[in-house]
Design a protein around this ligand. Structure first.
Ligand code: HEC
Ligand code: HEC
Length: 293
């Protein structure tokens, strides 16, 4: 089993590398101004693009998302696991860890990304992730993810809803009105919490006993929290506990959500004497507020 898995992973990797090599070759031809577009077989590998299974353009992607099935997406994610972990704090493999990737800036973890992907800019949202997983090569010419893409739009929708459930929980984009087969029941489960910064500011009253949040504010019992979202964990000038210092990583939606739910579980031995907020909406609000600071 293990062997077979490795073989398959090898094939995926191998064929991807061929595609990459051929495409950069043909790209070079193109750049050199040769007028004959070489009919390289490399394009055969991404075959399926266009003629994908089922799905088709009739159904808007937002509608597919609204009725997508995260469990099926999890099954599809097996195709990604040879290169990616998705658990919080999971190690990078051949590709970067994908925890909370939805909403994250493209190419922004500590991973050694290709210039192609780093140069993309923007965030992973439903549209960009859909494009990327459809055809990685086309999304960022010269990127190093050796994966041909998923031609089936419904499969991508399931996968993206699954990715979104792993630490991101972005709200799904609104589906265009009245899809023929009313699947209303499916959406609310995956529809996620949207943080309300104004409500978060109120909730932050609980934190003010120990924290300032304006830029240049002094440390109190806890560190100043200006710009905390996107900052390294325990990266300010404050006498942090070893527990928090040992955590590593960055404060993003997922890590902040876990931290604020139960600091002592997130970093056993932390010196933040705050029990945590058991209300996910309140945490989302707090995070939304911190993002404005
Ligand atoms: C053969 C290994 C491999 C497979 C299989 C693979 N990936 Fe990747 N993935 C990579 C590599 C390498 C990168 C970094 C690409 C770069 O820097 O150009 C990457 C990057 C990504 C990124 C960008 C992450 C970021 O931090 O910006 C996402 C999202 C992603 N992969 C999702 C997937 C999904 C979902 C699947 C399964 C459908 C998958 N990948 C399959 C190797 C792989
Ligand atoms: C009783 C004081 C206290 C309260 C109340 C408190 N904190 Fe803290 N906070 C701390 C201390 C102390 C630390 C440093 C923890 C460590 O080093 O283990 C900390 C650390 C943090 C960090 C990590 C900062 C960094 O630089 O990595 C964040 C984020 C944070 N608190 C957010 C909050 C929020 C949001 C609230 C309100 C919901 C809150 N805290 C309530 C004392 C407090």
């Amino acid at each position: 089993m293990e062997n077979r898995f490795n073989t398959i992973a090898g094939w995926v990797l191998g064929s991807g590398m061929v595609a990459l090599a051929l495409s950069s070759l043909s790209y070079r031809y193109f750049e050199a101004g040769k007028t004959h577009a070489p009919e390289k077989p490399g394009y055969a590998i991404e075959g399926g693009e266009g003629e994908g299974g089922g799905g088709k353009d009739e159904v808007p992607f937002e509608t597919l998302l609204a009725s997508a099935d995260a469990a099926k997406g999890e099954a599809t994610f097996k195709k990604c696991m040879s290169c990616h972990t998705i658990n919080a704090g999971g190690a990078a493999g051949i590709g970067p860890n994908l925890h909370a990737v939805m909403g994250r800036a493209i190419g922004s973890t500590g991973f050694a990304y290709s210039d192609a992907l780093k140069g993309k800019g923007g965030k992973w949202d439903f549209a960009s992730m859909n494009e990327w997983l459809h055809n990685p090569k086309k999304f960022a010419e010269g990127n190093k993810m050796s994966f041909a893409g998923l031609p089936d739009a419904a499969e991508r929708a399931n996968l993206i809803v699954y990715l979104n459930s792993q630490g991101s929980n972005l709200p799904l984009p609104a589906a265009p009105a009245a899809p023929a087969a009313g699947e209303e029941g499916a959406a609310p489960e995956t529809a996620a919490l949207v943080g309300d910064a104004a409500a978060g500011e109120k909730a932050f009253a609980k934190c003010k006993a120990c924290h300032t949040i304006d830029a240049g504010g002094a440390n109190g019992v806890g560190p100043n929290l200006a710009g905390i979202v996107g900052k390294g964990v325990a990266a300010g000038s404050f006498a942090y506990s070893d527990a928090l210092k040992a955590k590593g990583g960055t404060w993003d939606d997922a890590t902040l959500d876990a931290w604020l739910a139960k600091p002592s579980a997130f970093a056993a031995g932390t010196k933040m004497s705050y029990a945590g907020s058991s209300n996910p909406q309140e945490r989302a609000n707090l995070i939304a507020y911190m993002k404005t600071k």
